[in-house]
Design a binder for this molecule. Structure first.
Ligand code: SF4
Length: 128
């Protein structure tokens, strides 16, 4: 469940994270939890069976979701949501991922689930 975060830091600042898709209330991505799922477009693979190939190959086709839109959604629904799921693509390709996760936690998200394609950056576990 979202808790009231640190009120001095309850915004998602700009970083290199590019959000190209959102499911505001997903009941499927995290067993037993209601989460907001966000999609980041990069991937270092080109799997022929990719379920999100358009997002990987043609990210410009998709409208970007601004940090302030995500902020607003998470704050408005913090009593309803259990957490945030970050997927793609391969989220660990973003240098700003750990900062982004910290911002989500500052905003009040107790739980952040990372669905990743392959390689986890060194030391990322220390921040999750
Ligand atoms: S690793 Fe996943 S997101 Fe990346 S190309 Fe393969 S199926 Fe698509």
């Amino acid at each position: 469940m979202f808790e009231n975060g640190n009120s001095n830091k309850n915004t998602i600042e700009d970083n290199d994270i590019e959000i190209k898709g959102i499911i505001e209330s997903s009941f499927l991505d995290w067993d037993g939890k209601i989460v907001t799922t966000i999609y980041l477009p990069k991937c270092n693979f080109r799997c022929p069976f990719c379920h999100n190939w358009e997002l990987i190959e043609h990210p410009d086709k998709f409208k970007s979701i601004s940090p302030s839109e995500l902020d607003r959604h998470l704050i408005t629904n913090r009593d309803f949501l259990d957490g945030v799921c970050i997927t793609g693509g391969e989220p660990t390709l973003y240098n700003g991922l750990t900062k982004f996760i910290e911002q989500l936690k500052d905003l009040g998200s107790e739980r952040v689930l990372l669905i990743r394609a392959y390689s986890l950056h060194l030391n990322l576990h220390d921040h999750l």
